[in-house]
Design a protein around this ligand. Structure first.
Ligand code: DGL
Length: 253
C-alpha cells in the first residue's frame, strides 16, 4: 500500500495525481488535522509529527510513503528515511528546477509557508538549480489555513492573494512556483492574475511520475483508498467534492 500524508488537505493534490497515474494501486491518505498548520511551527515540532505519522503508516502496512508536504519534507525527510530504512520515501519540494529552466525573464518566485521559506533545504535547492536566475521567496502566512477552511472564493482572500503576487509579476516574474501543496487548490485564483507568458509551477504530476517509477508491485492492487485523519475525519471526506476531487470517492472502501 502507498501512504500519502500532509498536515491537512493540501496533499490531496498529490494524492489525486498518484491516483490518476496508478488507477489500480491501494492508497492511504493521512491528514494531520489535529496539528495543522505546520508552516508556522518549529522544525522540532514538525519532525516529531512526521516521525510519528511514519511509524503509524508503516504499522498500517504502507511500504512506500509520500510526504505530500513541502514543509514536512524540508524539516524532516532525512530523519524519516533514517528511522525507516525499510520504506521507500518520496518527498515534495518546490519546483525550482523546472521554473528556472523554463523562465524566459530570468525571474522566478516561490510561494511557500514560513517554515519552508526559511529552510536550508530550499536555499540548497535554489543554489543547486537556479544559479542563473533571480529567485524571490515569498512566505504566505495563513494561506494553507484558508484552504483548510475551504475559504477559497472570498473577496477578501482574493484581494490578499492579488496583493501578494502583483508586485512579483510587476517585477517581471514569469514562473510562480507553488511551494506548498495546499496552494495547488488556489490555482483558479492565481491563474487569472498571470500576464501572458507567465505560468504556475506545480510538481504534483512530477511527484506522481516518481512514485510510478518506484512503486514496483504497489501498482497492482484493488484500487482502494483509505482516508485517515488525526481529527475531524468527516471534513476530509466532505472536502473532496469541494476541491473537485469527487471522483476519488468511488475508490474509498
Ligand atoms: N501542505 C503543506 C506544504 O506543502 C503545509 C501546509 C501547512 O500545514 O502549513 O508545505
Amino acid at each position: 500500500m502507498i501512504g500519502v500524508f500532509d498536515s491537512g488537505l493540501g496533499g490531496l493534490s498529490v494524492l489525486a495525481a498518484i491516483a490518476r497515474a496508478l488507477p489500480r494501486a491501494d492508497l492511504l491518505y493521512f491528514a494531520d488535522t489535529a496539528h495543522l498548520p505546520y508552516g508556522n511551527k518549529s522544525d522540532a515540532f514538525i519532525r516529531g509529527r512526521v516521525l510519528a505519522i511514519g511509524d503509524r503508516l508503516a504499522e498500517l502496512g504502507c511500504r512506500l510513503l509520500v510526504v505530500a508536504c513541502n514543509t514536512a519534507t524540508a524539516a524532516a525527510i532525512t530523519e524519516l528515511r533514517q528511522r525507516h530504512p525499510e520504506l521507500t520515501v518520496v518527498g515534495v519540494e518546490p519546483g525550482i528546477k523546472p521554473a528556472a529552466t523554463s523562465s524566459r525573464s530570468g525571474r522566478i518566485a516561490v510561494l511557500a509557508t514560513e517554515s519552508t521559506a526559511r529552510s536550508e533545504r530550499l536555499k540548497r535547492l535554489i543554489r543547486d538549480h537556479a544559479g542563473h536566475v533571480r529567485v524571490h521567496v515569498e512566505a504566505c502566512p495563513g494561506w494553507a489555513t484558508r484552504v483548510e477552511a475551504l475559504d477559497l472564493d472570498g473577496a477578501e482572500f482574493a484581494a490578499e492573494i492579488a496583493a501578494r503576487v502583483a508586485p512579483l509579476l510587476a517585477d517581471g516574474t514569469d514562473r510562480l512556483v507553488l511551494g506548498c501543496t495546499h496552494y495547488s487548490f488556489l490555482a483558479p485564483q492565481l491563474q487569472p492574475l498571470l500576464p501572458p507568458g507567465a505560468e504556475l509551477v506545480d510538481v504534483a504530476a512530477a511527484v506522481a511520475r516518481q512514485v510510478v517509477r518506484l512503486a514496483g508491485n504497489h501498482t497492482a492492487g484493488s484500487a482502494r483508498l483509505e482516508l485517515h485523519a488525526s481529527a475531524r475525519l468527516e471534513r476530509l471526506h466532505a472536502a473532496l467534492p469541494r476541491l473537485s476531487l469527487g471522483w476519488l470517492v468511488q475508490r474509498i472502501k
